[in-house]
Design a protein around this ligand. Sequence first.
Ligand code: ZN
Length: 136
Amino acid sequence: MIPTHIEHLGIAVNNLDEAINYYEDVLGLKCYSIEEVQDQKVRTAFFKVGETKIELLESTTPDGPIGKFIEKRGQGIHHIAFAVNDINTSLKTVKEKGVRLIDEEPRPGAESLDIAFLHPKSTFGVLTEFCSKKAN
Ligand code: ZN
């Protein structure tokens, strides 16, 4: 279940368009996808940096998870996502090792990936996501 690479970093922002301007105009990256994930009440924008992506997250409602995060802690890095080959096995493995899970079962994330979050209380304060390509 060893992660193959850092799939993406999730970054919470107040305004997706302003943040996209920074990543494009200042850093010279190219936004290749904007997608709303209703399940998580966010609009996302994706950039590739080598094998890793940057996922910008703008809340579509103040009471969504990203809205609450920004209210409490401000804009900034929200989570780290590891790519794993088999998300179900990975979740089972870390659970057996005592890690608290936010998602006991994978759910649909952006980019048609299956995703699941581990609780930051079990991961030294870093909200951690596993993601893998859908099995079928
Ligand atoms: Zn993510």
